[in-house]
Design a protein around this ligand. Structure first.
Ligand code: NAD
Ligand code: MG
Length: 386
């Protein structure tokens, strides 16, 4: 039996991870959960799964949660509380599904304590990929991707040798604005951006999918997970989201992984690897799909993808800055304070102000993140853009 801690248990990935676990009760036990502030859902999860530790990041919610479930579980609060859930003694695997850089410190601590990671929180690798993968090696833990593209690549690679890989083909749906012109993008609304054609996800990643920043973050994630240089990662728009990604090998053979868009498949594989268990979801029928299409991304229209690749080439500190600026950009866009195109324009200006720093440690990541957010906010206040 695997003993699991679910960080971000109330979110899109977190609740789907719990569904997977519910379907295979004999395989898993949940000893820790953590989330930001949704006390109602945390209470229901405590009553169903009876974790030993339940953490709520928002300290103002501690008393309420404690009064509701204090007799059933140990209640912890704040970032330290989330770290307690991430490092829960009896857990062997941590589902890292907090959104944003808030997932970094809990995931880092879990690795240091020898936990295997089922990684959804791509921002962990975007902001600290070198540090995290170094700790994964040092602590001899497994880093198993949940992100559908990275799960696909992981499956395509199987046990092949690193020098046999010639490139990674990272597929992208293109998001809701794939066919819009740059001019049309000037007037898109938050509601338009939240309508993803193929996936139902949390708000932040849905906006990232509309700007293609999500694909940029995934290029950085792939660089660290698979130790692949950016030049060997090709982004390919594939609107049907059936091929989740592919790998081209030295002999020209391309191996791809296919399936209907359903996050429960990569979540489950990360939790059961190297075994595969059954799933109850609908199956892909190639003949009913009929046709799959592919083309190159337009990085003039979607400059966030270009900026992410630029940050990756600039160095580790630039990726922290890119991520911090993007998190602020998404917040401001969702609250109606900046336009859709401002997102890329303001991130670009923030990156322009950054001087790269080599060999950053985990504390410097936090300091750079703070600098980036402050710089982004002051740039957005000046007004801008274009
Ligand atoms: P979401 O917004 O639905 O859920 C986020 C979760 O994180 C919630 O449980 C929330 O309470 C928790 N959280 C937020 N701030 C926190 C904090 N400071 N401390 C503790 N918990 C906190 O997001 P999501 O769509 O589930 O995405 C989670 C992560 O998975 C993101 O990094 C995203 O990029 C990645 N991911 C998501 C999908 C998807 O299909 N949703 C696919 C691939 C990757
Ligand atoms: Mg993805």
């Amino acid at each position: 039996m695997r003993v699991i801690s679910v960080l971000g248990s109330t979110g899109s990935i977190g609740t789907q991870a719990l569904e997977v676990i519910r379907e295979h009760k004999e395989e898993f036990r949940i000893d820790a959960i953590a989330a930001h502030s949704n006390v109602d859902l945390l209470e229901a999860q405590v009553r169903e799964f009876r974790p030993k530790i339940t953490a709520v990041a928002e300290t103002a919610k501690y008393k309420e949660l404690k009064s509701r479930v204090g007799g059933l579980t140990y209640v912890a609060a704040g970032q330290e509380g989330v770290v307690e859930a991430a490092t829960c003694e009896s857990c062997d695997t941590v589902v890292s599904a907090i959104v944003g850089i808030a997932g970094l410190i809990p995931t880092y601590n879990a690795i240091i304590k020898g936990k295997n990671i089922a990684l959804a929180n791509k921002e962990t690798l975007v902001t600290a990929g070198r540090i995290i993968m170094g700790e994964v090696k040092r602590n001899n833990v497994k880093m198993l991707p949940v992100d559908s593209e990275h799960s696909a690549i992981f499956q395509c690679l199987a046990n092949s040798k690193h020098n046999e890989i010639s490139k990674i083909i990272l597929t992208a749906s293109g998001g809701p604005f794939r066919t819009k012109t740059l001019k049309e993008l000037e007037n898109v609304t938050v509601q338009d951006a939240l309508k993803h054609p193929n996936w139902s996800m949390g708000k932040k990643i849905t906006i990232d999918s509309a700007t293609l920043m999500n694909k940029g973050l995934e290029v950085i994630e792939a660089r660290w997970l698979f130790d692949i240089m950016p030049e060997s990662i090709e982004v390919c728009i594939h609107p049907q989201s059936i091929i989740h990604s592919a790998v081209e090998f030295a002999d020209g053979a391309i191996i791809a992984q296919l399936g209907l868009p359903d996050m429960k498949i990569p979540i489950q594989y990360a939790l059961t690897y190297p075994e595969r268990l059954s799933t109850s979801g609908e199956r892909l029928s190639l003949t009913s799909i009929g046709k799959l299409t592919f083309y190159k991304p337009d990085t003039e229209k979607f400059k966030c993808l270009k900026l992410a690749i630029k940050a990756l080439k600039m160095g580790d500190s630039a990726c922290v800055v890119l991520n911090g600026a993007n998190e602020e950009a998404v917040k401001l866009f969702l609250s109606g304070k900046i336009s859709f195109l401002d997102i890329g324009n303001l991130i670009e200006k923030t990156l322009d102000k950054h001087k790269t720093v080599k060999n950053i440690n985990i504390d410097e990541v936090s300091a750079l993140d703070k600098w980036s957010r402050e710089t982004f906010i002051s740039l957005s206040e000046v007004g801008c853009c274009k």
